[in-house]
Design a binder for this molecule. Structure first.
Ligand SMILES: [Zn+2]
Length: 440
């Protein structure tokens, strides 16, 4: 059992190099991606009475096993299964068996197998000088891992390097050879290519970083793992079947084969088929090129396509492109019912104002919607005012027979109206504007 201190001293003397670190990293990856595969490494199911697991508390003093218990010892890098009856039971012969199929890498045999100490000064037949402290041992490549089966009985090793072996095949017998204080099997798991310094705990538990367990059936704390060889057959969740089956909402279908659940979305719906046959996803109707679920302007209207169905809307006032859905322009309205809609009517609340309406000059109101009030003849400061303001304001007579530039003053009040009248009209105009504003 004191292989640990031997291993620890070796570990301290190792200086990591780039290449060993690379191997280590690769090994870690191999470990994390691998799955369970180990079966119980003893032929018996009741010959084991003690357990000393891998120490998961790293370099700290004391020990912690995978279940956060203390069935371990400081620096232990394997799982010990101690023989009921101790060294006295060795002679009965308890087989150690391969935990999985594999190929034998190396073996040692011929060493004394009744050790009670690791100290060669106390017993020169024991200690780290025998099989690196593993005593009689077998190293097996199990594909994803390399396992050391250690402290075997003298003369019990049944396999040889290069030999292909199968799970459950006897490789030796339990004893106490090498650096060992009593009869037990030391089962040490390493990544392929890894040294004892990279050995890891095959058990899963609250104090072990290993997940999933590397045992097919791990069994209880301080109990033996199950004897099932090979990968366990994964089970499928209840309600899943090996054939494709629609869900209740008919939106997807699911099947499960060897514990692997697969689900497919059915955007076009799921079609239930006769019992015993795969349910199928309905074909999803396709939309014409250029059309999708967003409204797009299309001629004098707009169109979209959802689940293969094309919708079209006409737009009386035309369609305009917008962020997101394109939209119909607002149709012009004629609120005051004067026959002219808002696109041309300068006041759609007043039916007396529209393009072409009779214009009254000088009232400050733009009845014909041409942009300004009509100035009355002779009231633009022109020569006709020489008659003392007697010219009729509503005669419509053009003072100089000229164009609009004379009778209409644009951009200001050019009227000849007296100051008082101008002021009254300005106030009236302002009142009318204010009322209109309030109505809006
Ligand atoms: Zn051990």
């Amino acid at each position: 059992m004191n292989v640990a201190s031997f291993v620890a001293s070796r570990a301290r003397s190792l200086t990591p190099t780039a290449s060993t670190l690379a191997v280590f990293a690769a090994s870690l990856f191999a470990v994390s991606s691998a799955s369970a595969q180990f079966s119980r490494p003893t032929a018996c199911d009741s010959c084991i009475a003690g357990w000393y697991y891998f120490d998961n508390n790293g370099g700290a003093a004391g020990s912690e096993d995978w279940n956060c218990g203390t069935s371990s010892y400081d620096g232990h890098r394997g799982s010990d299964f101690s023989l009921a009856g101790g060294n006295g039971a060795i002679a009965t012969g308890y087989d150690v068996v391969a935990a999985a199929d594999g190929e034998v890498v190396s073996t040692q045999d011929g060493h004394f197998d009744q050790c009670r100490t690791c100290n060669a000064a106390t017993d020169s037949r024991c200690g780290t000088g025998y099989g690196f402290g593993y005593g009689n041992h077998v190293v097996v490549n199990h594909g994803d891992y390399r396992v050391v089966y250690a402290h075997l009985r003298n003369g019990s090793v049944r396999v040889s390097p290069g030999q292909r072996i199968t799970c459950g095949q006897t490789v030796g017998q339990i004893a106490s050879s090498g650096c060992s204080t009593g009869a037990h099997l030391h089962f040490e798991v390493r990544p392929l290519g890894g040294a004892s310094t990279t050995a890891f705990d095959p058990f899963r538990g609250p104090c072990s970083p290993t997940n999933p367990s590397r045992w097919n059936e791990q069994g209880p704390h301080r109990g033996l793992p199950g004897a099932t060889c090979g990968d366990p057959v994964p089970t499928c969740p209840g309600g899943t079947f090996p054939i494709w089956t629609c869900n209740a909402g008919l939106t997807e279908r699911t099947r499960c084969i060897d514990g692997m659940v697969m689900t497919e979305a059915c955007p076009g719906g799921c079609l239930s088929m006769p019992v015993g046959t795969d349910d199928v996803c309905a074909a999803v109707p396709t939309c014409p090129a250029g059309l999708d679920a967003e409204w797009r302007c299309d001629g004098d209207g707009r169109a979209r396509c959802v689940a293969g169905e094309v919708e079209r809307e006409s737009c009386a006032a035309g369609c305009e492109m917008r962020d997101g859905d394109d939209g119909c322009r607002d149709a012009p309205v004629d609120a005051d019912g004067d026959g002219h809609n808002t696109s041309v009517d300068c006041d759609d609340a007043d039916p007396s104002r529209f393009p072409g309406a009779p214009e009254t000059c000088g009232d400050g109101i733009d009845q014909d919607c041409d942009g300004s009030d009509l100035l009355c003849p002779g009231q633009d400061g022109g020569p006709v005012l020489d008659d003392g303001g007697a010219s009729p304001r509503d005669s419509g007579t053009r003072v100089d027979g000229g164009g609009d530039d004379v009778t209409r003053a644009v951009g200001g009040c050019g009227c000849g109206t007296s100051g008082d009248a101008r002021g009254v009209m300005w106030i009236m105009g302002a009142l009318v504007l204010g009322m209109r504003r309030r109505r809006r």
